[in-house]
Design a protein around this ligand. Structure first.
Ligand code: GGG
Length: 374
């Protein structure tokens, strides 16, 4: 970066550039994790490097943490005990994927991810899913899909609340109680409403309040209370079973979908499948108050069956990197990434999960080419 000419003016310009670089340097913690998480994180970092160099108005510092299953093999735990303190000072966290069930139970490998979301109060999990003209989907519909699931990310069914009792006895039982607070529900719904206002002005809330008569009737009541404040938004409610069917039957209907932690998790695998592949979908785990770092990741998991083969689809991870830049205040750079991915996918340059022949590196190179050719 900087001018090659030696004129006094250019030296001043260089000094100014160095000054502004220090103002706009973002420190990113990388947690590539397991399986294809490693491959797609590498792809996302390559694209981030290119965009920051091309734009020249911000800089990115990366610190990589080799936590996950291999770390557990060496140390007996997935991440060091002080991992939250280590991460707290970063501007953002980028995670690849976690888990390798043949080596370690997933409930152990997944714990740091769930703990980060809860401790850093990353309560809004934003998961967009859309179709691309170059990507065919499982569905017959010719209409395009463009929806965002806002997943309540800090409580619900994922709180560590319960226990296993009478282990090993025939009358063994387990209790795990979900926690749904007025504050948690209201902030997730308001986030969804505000997002819908910037989009197609439709919000669908997902519950199972016909069967779960305490937790999800609270969701129903809060939606009803908020609706008058958001009279410009078309609002509806669907039970998780019905919306699962409707994601397949008429996915083009959906704009912003707000769901509890578990339902949001399940629905976003489905939104991946109906848009072509789970490999396409990014996820932002946001602390909207910006008191703590937010976390960005692809929606997909570690896919051990294709790990190390160089064929993982990095699009979801690259798009998550774009969401991260947007969140950090570099919206133009974020847009540059999402438009480059769109260009490549629309051109039909695809990875094997989408029926194409490009490996992870080749797809990433296409995205980089698209960024340079803009
Ligand atoms: N990309 C992160 C990852 O590995 N996700 C796998 C998974 O099962 N996540 C559960 C969740 O998002 O709650």
């Amino acid at each position: 970066m900087g001018e090659s000419s030696e004129s006094p003016n250019s030296r001043n310009f260089e000094k100014f550039n160095l000054y502004s670089r220090s103002l706009n340097t973002y420190q990113i913690a990388l947690y590539p994790g397991d399986g294809i998480g490693v491959d797609v994180t590498e792809a996302a970092v390559a694209v981030l490097d290119v965009v920051s160099k091309k734009r020249g108005n911000f800089d990115l510092g990366f610190t990589r943490y080799e936590w996950g299953v291999s770390f557990h093999e060496k140390h007996g735990y997935v991440a060091p005990h002080d991992y939250l303190d280590t991460l707290r000072g970063f501007d953002a966290i980028f995670l690849g994927a976690v888990g390798w069930p043949a080596k370690l139970p997933d409930n152990i490998t997944l714990q740091p991810l769930i703990t980060m979301r809860q401790t850093f109060d990353q309560w809004a999990c934003v998961r967009p899913a859309r179709t691309f003209s170059g990507v065919s989907t499982l569905l017959k519909t010719t209409e395009s899909i463009d929806l965002v699931v806002v997943r309540e990310n800090s409580e619900g069914e994922y709180v560590n609340n319960g226990g296993r009792f009478r282990r090993g006895f025939p009358d063994e039982f387990a209790v795990q109680t979900a926690l749904h607070t007025r504050r948690g529900i209201e902030r997730a719904l308001r986030f969804g409403f505000d997002l819908a206002r910037k989009r197609r002005k439709r919000l669908t809330m997902v519950t199972k309040s016909n069967a779960q008569r305490y937790s999800f009737t609270l969701w129903d009541d809060i939606l009803e209370e908020l609706t008058p404040e958001y009279a410009d938004i078309e609002t509806d409610k669907q039970h998780i079973d019905a919306i699962s069917m409707n994601f397949v039957r008429r996915p083009e209907f959906f704009d912003v979908v707000v769901a509890s932690n578990l339902f949001g998790d399940i629905l976003t695998d489905l939104s991946g499948a109906i848009t072509g592949s789970l490999g396409l979908n990014p996820s932002a785990n946001l602390n909207p108050e910006r008191n703590t770092p937010s976390l960005f990741e692809p929606v997909h998991g570690p896919a051990p069956d294709i790990a190390g083969k160089g064929i993982a689809n990095p699009a979801g991870a690259i798009l998550a990197a774009g969401m991260m830049l947007d969140w950090l205040g570099e919206g133009d750079a974020g847009l540059e990434i999402s438009e480059a991915v769109e260009t490549v996918l629309n051109s039909g340059a695809l990875t094997p999960d989408l029926g194409g022949g490009l490996g992870t590196e080749a797809f990433t190179s296409k995205v980089i080419e698209a960024i340079y050719s803009r």
